[in-house]
Design a protein around this ligand. Structure first.
Ligand code: GLA
Length: 387
């Protein structure tokens, strides 16, 4: 992982590897989900924002069918691939993200060309901040333009999701790619995952004297492994038993009846989704009427629901949330898929040193790995960077 570098540095790194300048540099951010967790694949509501950390790809097309890829990650060296042989099983390591996108574009009828690609990113890996979606979205945007595919951002969301589902093997929804591709600076993206309609919701934290602090617990979890898929399966079972197309169709008023029809665990999973959808809608309302200082309790209630009903938290996430709340945060919750990754805390900007110190101290006292703590702002979505 490198620190933030600007477009000239990325282009220079490309030139150092490949001996000539790139055709362009494209950037796509990671995200924080403000609220609405595991609701995306239940056709529900989410409210993420793009963060000021991003993946950047410098790309130049070639005349043949050879792809040459190199990244600033570690020292894995140059990877050379013949695009004619591209298939999901053959893509390994970080190259599965960009090459997965290329494979999906080809499946959708886009004629590929060989290329050189250099990747850099300052979205922390495995921290629940969508480092993989950032790579997919930067790549999708770059090749949409370079190959003249003419896809709309909402279509590129599905390209990225398909790469994640069919190549990386993680059965995820559209939250991450939507945040990365559809966000704008100073706004959260309110997304209806059934209709795929999105609305930009103003989120000017600084004007309200607030900030969002990310606590990366350093507990990593990959969604291609069992737990995420298990939660998804529970939701599908719940919907089937309740006779609905998806849990989006279950209202809070239906929960009492659902309790009698479902086993205890499935009921708790369903209750999280149903109440979380309500909390997303309430958060959008409250942001509009009273501003961000008033959404803290909704965030904290969301965490309790994920901890107790959906059971996707972990001791490190709970400690980050509890410590932030005990030291002046207005609300706090884990963000992203869970089982590790990051928590977010909404707090008065002046309270940052106190919360930061308290969380560091609490993690040390518990014998946990020291967390990484940083503030994020609602940043711009994916775009081509000018040189
Ligand atoms: C991961 C997935 C998303 C979403 C979240 C949970 O980030 O990639 O699709 O399901 O988990 O809200």
């Amino acid at each position: 992982m490198t620190t933030r570098t600007d477009v000239d540095d990325i282009a220079a790194a490309f030139t150092a590897h490949f001996g000539h300048a790139p055709d362009g540099v494209w950037s796509a951010p990671g995200r924080v989900n403000l609220i609405g967790e595991h609701t995306d694949y239940n056709e529900g509501f989410v409210l993420p924002f793009a963060i000021d950390r991003s993946a950047r790809v410098a790309v130049r097309l070639r005349a043949d069918a050879t792809a040459r890829l190199v990244s600033a990650y570690g020292n894995q060296g140059l990877v050379t691939v013949n695009l004619d042989t591209l298939s999901p099983g053959t893509m390994k390591g970080w190259t599965a993200y960009p090459l997965g996108v290329l494979w999906v574009l080809r499946q959708q009828g886009v004629a590929l060309r060989g290329f050189e690609l250099y990747l850099d990113s300052d979205v922390p890996l495995g921290a629940g901040l969508s480092s993989s979606a950032a790579i997919e979205c930067a790549t999708a945007l770059a090749f949409d333009e370079l190959l003249g595919a003419g896809l709309a951002p909402a279509d590129l969301v599905l390209v990225g999701q398909r790469a994640e589902n069919e190549v990386v093997g993680a059965p995820t929804g559209i939250l991450d790619q939507s945040a990365s591709l559809l966000a704008t600076e100073g706004h959260a993206v309110f997304l209806d995952c059934r209709s795929r309609e999105s609305t930009l919701v103003p989120l000017d934290l600084a004007a309200a004297g607030l900030l969002v602090l990310v606590v990366d617990t350093k507990v990593t979890h990959r969604h291609a492994t069992g737990d995420y898929a298990e939660r998804r399966a529970s939701c599908e079972l719940g919907a089937e038993v309740l006779g609905v197309a998806s849990l989006r169709d279950v209202d809070a008023e239906d929960l009492a009846e659902a309790a009698g029809l479902l086993d205890g665990e499935t009921y708790r999973r369903v209750r999280h989704i149903v109440t979380e959808n309500r909390r997303v809608l309430a958060t959008v309302d409250v942001l509009g009427t009273d501003g961000p200082a008033a959404i803290g309790d909704l965030l904290t209630a969301s965490h309790a629901s994920m901890r107790d009903d959906f059971e996707i938290s972990c001791p490190e996430l709970d400690l980050a949330v509890d410590t932030a709340l005990a030291n002046g945060a207005l609300g706090a919750r884990m963000t992203g898929g869970g089982f590790g990754g990051s928590a977010i805390a909404l707090l008065p900007a002046a309270g940052e040193p106190t919360v930061r110190a308290a969380v560091v101290h609490a993690f040390a006292a518990a014998g946990f790995t020291a967390p990484d703590i940083f503030a994020v702002t609602a940043a711009a979505g994916a775009r081509r960077l000018d040189r």
